[in-house]
Design a protein around this ligand. Structure first.
Ligand code: PLP
Length: 394
């Protein structure tokens, strides 16, 4: 079986370093709020181009988004029942972060080509209650434009990025996660920068928000036993921070490997029943084309000479006979996944809300037709070819 994503094999690439790291943290006797977390925050800030003091490690990606919105609420910049614009076809965590803060998600249809929010459909949804646009760089594809910046300015909206799927992507040389006012990251094990457990982070350009969020993630306490807010407990373990510091050095190298696999798929999948991803900017980027880029510590985007716009978190194709295609691939020993089978507005948890009444034909079509093929930095050429052959024989 060609697995959808072989996490064991991915982490085995770094096994020696990860094991040394684990021993160091175990022996340190210090497991939270220590120098490993501080070091990771610095490294992530440096990678993204952000302020280390405004880069905050948290428990997971959902908490990152939840805490950003909670922070704005605590600062009085967003009030209960205010509206947050969000793409309708995102992973449900993005929507939960909004509804959990008693804010109203306003779903906007995506562009069928890019699967990202259709920027042309945002303005018609803006009301007096609209306070922010929560962008999602879905599947690794960066979404940003000057028009979006102008909209935010015109209506005084914050732009929040859900960067869970797109670490390493950039727009005009600025990394995603550093484009808007604030951004949430997820280091869930299957993400492009994956911990060996749960982790997340927040980056913001607003120092006041950063300060509030640091407190909110630690019971609302800025100083021990003084609680400014009724906060939550959401922090990154020292051991996860230490693992992430190791793996962050390889993110760009892995992105380049994924890029090569994606290019191979796009060039060789010729079955007319299949709609390939339309990552035009990726296909024309100057990523090094060699399929065997050596993994060595300290390699970075600059040393590889990349001007990458998008990254590949998952490789999503579309097919009218999606379920039959999935069965066909299964028969050929290829494991696939669907991102995502049910759109958020059709989920049972929102059945009693106005979301349930929405008619979102593009979103619903995407959820009916998408299928994610295996793509990972540890796939062999033979596996990549087997996927192509099986898709073409459908
Ligand atoms: C993974 C993901 C999240 C949530 O991250 P967790 O770390 O799993 O909580 C949020 N948004 C998107 C788009 C994601 O892919």
């Amino acid at each position: 079986m060609i697995p959808f994503l072989d996490l064991k094999k991915i982490n085995a690439q770094y096994a020696e370093q990860l094991k040394e790291t684990a021993i160091r943290v175990i022996d340190s006797g210090w497991y939270l709020f220590g120098k490993e977390t501080e070091n990771f925050e610095k490294k992530l800030a440096d990678y993204i181009g952000a302020e280390p003091s405004q880069t905050i490690a948290v428990g997971n990606g959902l908490d990152a988004l939840r805490l950003i919105l909670r922070g704005y609420v605590e600062l009085g910049e967003i009030q209960e029942n205010d509206e947050i614009i969000v793409p309708a076809n995102t992973y449900i965590a993005t929507i939960i972060a909004i509804s959990d803060n008693r804010l109203t998600p306003i779903l906007v249809e995506p562009n069928i080509e890019t699967y990202n929010i259709d920027i042309d459909k945002i303005e018609e949804k803006i009301t007096e209650k609209t306070k922010a646009i929560l962008l999602v760089h879905l599947y690794g594809q960066a979404i940003w434009s000057e028009k979006l910046e102008q909209l935010a300015k015109k209506y005084n909206l914050k732009i929040i990025e859900d960067n869970a799927q797109a670490i390493g992507a950039s727009w005009n040389g600025i990394r995603t996660g550093n484009l808007g006012d604030s951004a949430g990251f997820s280091f869930y094990p299957a993400k492009n920068l994956g911990a060996l457990g749960d982790s997340g982070a927040i980056i913001t350009k607003n120092p006041e928000l950063a300060k509030a969020i640091r407190a909110l993630g630690n019971y609302g306490s800025e100083r021990k036993n003084l609680n400014a807010f009724r906060g939550v407990n959401s922090r990154m373990d020292e051991i996860q921070a230490a693992f992430l510091s190791v793996k962050l050095d390889y993110v760009d190298v892995e992105s380049a490997v994924l890029q090569n696999i994606a290019e191979y798929y796009c060039e060789n999948i010729t079955n007319p029943k299949i709609i390939l991803p339309n990552y035009k900017a990726v296909m024309s980027s100057e990523v090094k084309r060699s399929r065997d880029i050596p993994l060595k510590q300290g390699d970075s985007s600059t040393t590889l000479g990349m001007t990458i716009s998008h990254v590949w978190h998952i490789f999503v194709i579309r097919c009218k006979q999606r379920d039959e295609l999935q069965k066909h691939l299964e028969k050929h020993n290829i494991q696939t996944q669907i991102h995502y089978p049910i759109p958020p507005h059709k989920q049972a948890c929102y059945a009693d809300t106005p979301l349930a009444k929405l008619h979102l034909p593009i979103t619903e079509q995407i959820h009916r037709e998408v299928l994610s093929l295996p793509i990972s930095p540890v796939m062999t050429q033979k596996e990549i070819e087997a996927v192509v052959d099986a898709v073409n024989s459908f």
